[in-house]
Design a protein around this ligand. Structure first.
Ligand code: KIV
Ligand code: ZN
Length: 528
């Protein structure tokens, strides 16, 4: 069922854009450290090209692309740029430290984009394509050109742009379905038409980049590959603008499991897919849909009696791939309060974490505290704990203590102590419910104008003593939003941690480019 294609012509290059198109979507902002960690994992997993960011967009994006480039091992590090010379030059500067680097430069080619977005005539756009690729080539030999909104572009004009881009030196030509509009048959025909009609098409690799607005990003990407494209642009968990991009784990596993009809290979180590999914979910605080293909919590769960019976008789009755092939470890009762540091460290390694000694120390202390409160500790508990440790290691504002009075007799009241950049401050507030009282305390201690957009509670495992995992999304005045997660056996403590996590992310953003979060206010201090 899973014979792997060997020939070079069937090798599909995986271009991951989790850190660019993925991070661009509302609420998915990652911190600098999170981006470095995701990039390291993508590199280790065998991703061929990592699109690390959009360097001209902000100082933060530039710094992240530059550091990812510096630390890169095998992957090509790519930066995105528009057509303007200063965009391209900034991108070139950011990727310079990478052993292997690519500039990805794009321009809209569809009538609607040219008229309203660019306000340019087609002949002007064609000249810009030549100029942007030529400039990018002056910095590096590896240049990708994208025809933004290609699937709504007139075919003759698209052919002329693609031909001009290749002539100017583009080595990869990307045909994005920017608005998620196409369907597999149409995308197949478009890719085939370009490869047949563009005279110099054999001098570049063609690439697919599909958005998921109609739920067809993966199907469209694979149709493009069938028509001759040999690069897929995708993201972990399918995160991205609006409904997202094609999911990396889905395109990779589709080509593996159905290699009989999709005879292509990639360099991805599929056993790292689950870890990558969890890391990106933790870094962005975007929960993975339970029934998400390949990496969802239920992707390998068999609930109905008939299915369970079949599975016990022969796993292939209901399983087209084993959980182990994508790195799923059976949920196990792992450790309890008697487990030592060594066992804990070993467990983290087994779960795929690489943590610094300080992070290990802090995580171990928190593990012990959790083990005192919760009888059975599962892998998921440890993952929630370590993910939180990694995500919040750099936080400026941390929760010290919280007590809440709640119940049928309102108003509810919270008393909270925060460590604000090393100084401890205390506040007591009422609210319309305990969560409201907690958030009011935070607002009083750290005045800010951010707006709460989402508040969601999940249980990490089963049972009434399960840890709660709370997601909070805040948006700033400019409309950009960040999401953060907090976990704790106490739902109210998890809520406070999640809100503070999001606020910390906004504060980092403000430091790097100006957002509306007021200065933290320390009204009463104590030495603790
Ligand atoms: O969707 C799109 O068109 C893009 C381009 C920048 C490649 O993300
Ligand atoms: Zn895109």
């Amino acid at each position: 069922m899973t014979t792997q294609a060997q020939s070079d012509k069937d090798r599909v290059v995986i271009f991951d854009t989790t850190l660019r198109d993925g991070e661009q979507c509302p609420g998915a902002t990652m911190t600098h450290e999170e981006k470095l960690e995701v990039a390291e994992l993508l590199d280790d997993m065998g991703v061929d090209i990592i699109e690390a960011g959009f360097p001209i967009a902000s100082e933060g994006d530039f710094a992240a692309v530059q550091e990812i480039a510096t630390r890169s091992k095998n992957a090509v590090i790519c930066g995105l740029s528009r057509a303007a010379p200063k965009d391209i030059d900034r991108c070139a500067e950011a990727i310079k430290p990478a052993k292997r680097r690519r500039i990805h430069t794009f321009l809209s080619t569809s009538p609607v984009h040219m008229k309203y977005k660019l306000q340019k005539e087609p002949h002007e756009v064609l000249e810009m394509v030549i100029a942007q690729v030529t400039r990018a080539r002056s910095h590096t030999d590896d240049v990708e050109w994208s025809a933004e909104d290609a699937t709504r572009t007139e075919h003759d004009f698209l052919c002329r742009c693609v031909e001009a881009a290749i002539k100017a030196g583009a080595t990869t030509i990307n045909i994005p379905d920017t608005v998620g509009y196409t369907v597999p048959e149409e995308y197949f025909a478009l890719m085939k038409m370009l490869r047949e009609r563009v005279p110099n098409s054999d001098q570049a690799r063609f690439s697919v980049h599909c958005h998921n607005d109609l739920g067809m990003a993966v199907a469209n990407s694979l149709a493009g590959v069938k028509a001759g494209a040999r690069q897929i642009e995708c993201t972990i968990n399918g995160i991205g603008e609006r409904a997202g991009n094609a999911a990396l784990e889905e395109v990779v596993m589709a080509m593996r499991v159905r290699n009989d009809v999709l005879p292509y290979s990639t360099g991805i180590d599929a056993t790292m897919l689950t870890r990558a999914s969890k890391l990106v979910s933790a870094a962005t605080s975007f929960p993975v849909q339970y029934n998400k293909a390949i990496v969802g919590r239920n992707a390998f769960a068999h609930e109905s009696g008939i299915h369970q019976d079949g599975m016990l008789k022969h796993t292939q009755t209901y399983e087209i791939m084993t959980p182990e092939t994508v790195g799923v470890k059976q949920t196990s009762l792992v450790m309890g309060k008697h487990s030592g540091r060594h066992a804990f460290e070993h467990k983290l390694e087994e779960l795929g974490y690489k943590v610094s000694s300080n992070q290990l120390e802090d995580a171990f202390v928190r593990f012990k505290a959790l083990a005192d409160r919760k009888k059975q500790i599962y892998d998921e508990d440890i993952e929630a704990l370590v993910d939180e440790e990694i995500a919040h290691a750099q936080d400026r504002v941390k929760l010290v203590s919280l007590s809440v009075i709640a119940g049928t007799r309102g108003p509810q009241r919270a008393t909270m102590k925060l460590d604000i950049e090393g100084r401890v401050a205390l506040e007591e507030c009422e609210g319309n419910g305990p969560v409201d009282a907690i958030f009011n305390c935070i607002k009083a201690l750290v005045p800010h104008e951010a707006v709460l957009e989402l508040y969601q509670v999940h249980a990490v495992t089963e049972g009434t003593d399960a840890q709660a995992e709370v997601s909070v999304r805040l948006s700033d005045k400019s409309g950009r939003s960040v999401t953060s997660r907090g976990s704790d056996p106490d739902t109210l403590v998890a809520s406070a941690k999640a809100y503070l996590g999001a606020l910390n992310k906004l504060m980092v953003r403000r430091q790097k480019g100006g957002i509306a979060v007021g200065e933290a206010r320390v009204h009463s201090t104590d030495a603790g």
